[in-house]
Design a protein around this ligand. Structure first.
Ligand code: ADP
Ligand code: MG
Length: 452
């Protein structure tokens, strides 16, 4: 059984890999995990309002990404303050009784109860993947083996895998099923290697992975390029396959487009059935929203659902997110979800979140938060190195993102000469080549600015 605390510890380790120590200590380490709400939202308690604002504005992309990486079904992260705690109290208890990731024996993870075939809307964009998944659920290890599902983010790959898992749980209880993310596979493997690849850990690893009737590996595009990892997966695959066990793989792209994949694994993955999930058309998006309204027990007119469905075309997770926003915007007292004003306010807010334009200001603000310095210092004349590097980085980023003349950048930095600006820019581009930690900082900052 994994508690929300253990989940958070795993997520924090992931965040730590990608964030520099300062913002990590100042912000991430102050958060306290509270519960998982509605199976997909991790709720975190922030110590102060200021802290919450900075975290949700600047660090939330990292947190979200890391959460999803560790627990694929965690698609949202919510930040709350102490006074909101009572509202979540009851979920805290449900979680302890009934954790979303239940471990059964060795690292076996449970499946999200709501990710079922019944809750999965089938349309042109996913009918083959849905039919193949159903066939696998009904007859594992048979015709559709391995099953390789691919498609963009938020289009239902994880949902389908969990649906198969839930089906087994209901209809084929004895079947041993293991669902892992590719990261988790690699993580377990590295643990085994760390131990010298001998003895108990090796036995445990092989027991875990080769002793199952169905192995599901989610997001295999994240599989490390390391040949030892690929080798182990190759043997795991062969062992299971030859024993007639079912293998299900998902990825954001087809096998032939996964660069990190060795040829022999690619051939294995291509040897069964490859099914894709595409972007849903308008009609299907409306059907998904209708299904969600039914599940949430809210009554929203089709016209309004259509407005929502027209806004979001690419990603079912975002589509559901926007509906949740609309629901949460309706005043608690009236629960009038069909009020067009409420809906427009929610939509506007959503659009603002998504499409903030990049400006010199915005880049500077991100740099300040990232390095924890004031804007006054960033744009001012101080020459100590804690300030100078962030300043040069900021110049570099402005150059990367915006096509503004060097003189304009100079003015922005309190009237500096364009040669100084040029020097800063070139200094950082050289540093990136020489110093991998600077390279990583720049990448982090770009992600922050783009809110990825
Ligand atoms: P992926 O793994 O492809 O990134 P997920 O399976 O996590 O996407 O799906 C994202 C969200 O969208 C989940 O909440 C899932 O339940 C929902 N979803 C995806 N496809 C469908 C569908 N066809 N019908 C209903 N909900 C769906
Ligand atoms: Mg997924």
């Amino acid at each position: 059984m994994v508690s929300v605390k253990q989940m958070w510890e795993q997520i924090v380790r992931e965040i730590e890999k990608k964030m520099s120590a300062l913002p990590f200590d100042l912000f991430i380490s102050t958060l306290e995990p509270i519960c998982v709400y509605k199976e997909h939202t991790l709720v975190l308690l922030a110590p102060t309002e200021a802290n919450l604002n900075i975290i949700s504005k600047k660090h939330s992309p990292f947190i979200k990404e890391a959460s999803k990486k560790c627990f694929p079904s965690l698609s949202e992260v919510e930040y709350i303050l102490n006074d909101e705690l009572p509202a979540y109290e009851k979920y805290r208890e449900t979680l302890q009784e009934n954790p979303p990731y239940e471990q059964n024996g060795k690292e076996e993870q449970g499946f999200y109860p709501s990710y079922t075939f019944e809750n999965f809307v089938v349309g042109r964009s996913n009918e083959y993947a849905a039919a193949a998944s159903r066939a696998v659920a009904e007859k594992p290890g048979n015709k559709y083996n391995p099953l390789f599902i691919y498609g963009g983010v938020g289009l239902g790959k994880t949902h389908l895998m969990h649906a198969i898992g839930n089906y087994f749980k209901q209809n084929n209880e004895k079947l041993k099923v293991l669902y892992v993310s590719a990261d988790k596979f690699v993580f377990d493997l590295i643990e085994m290697f760390r131990d010298g690849g001998k003895g108990d850990t090796k036995k445990n690893f092989r027991n875990t992975y080769r002793n199952v009737d169905c192995l599901m590996i989610d997001d295999v595009q994240y599989l490390a390029k390391r040949s030892s990892v690929q080798e182990e997966l190759f043997h795991t695959f062969n062992d299971l396959y030859l024993a007639g066990k079912q293998i299900i793989i998902s990825s954001d792209r087809p096998p032939k487009e996964i660069d990190s994949l060795e040829e022999r694994l690619r051939t294995r993955f291509e040897s069964g059935v490859i099914a894709d999930v595409k972007q849903p058309d308008l009609e299907m998006r409306i059907a998904i929203l209708q299904k969600m309204c039914l599940a949430e027990n809210v009554n929203i007119n089709k016209d309004i659902l259509q407005i929502i469905a027209e806004k979001i075309t690419e990603n079912i997770r975002d589509l559901k997110g926007l509906l949740t926003k609309v629901i949460s915007y309706a005043p608690l007292t009236s629960r009038d979800y069909n009020n067009i004003e409420v809906v427009s306010a929610a939509l506007k807010d959503y659009a603002d979140d998504k499409n903030e334009i990049i400006t010199m200001e915005r880049i500077a603000e991100n740099v300040c938060v990232y390095f924890n310095i004031s804007k006054e210092d960033l744009l001012g004349k101080k020459k100590n190195k804690e300030i100078v590097l962030p300043r040069q980085v900021c110049v570099y980023l402005i150059n990367e993102f915006l096509s503004v003349p060097l003189t304009t950048i100079g003015e922005f930095f309190g009237g500096r000469n364009h040669t100084t600006i040029m020097y800063s820019r070139d200094k950082v581009s050289n540093l990136i080549k020489e110093n991998s930690s600077v390279e990583k900082q720049i990448k982090d900052l770009k992600d922050l600015i783009l809110k990825r």
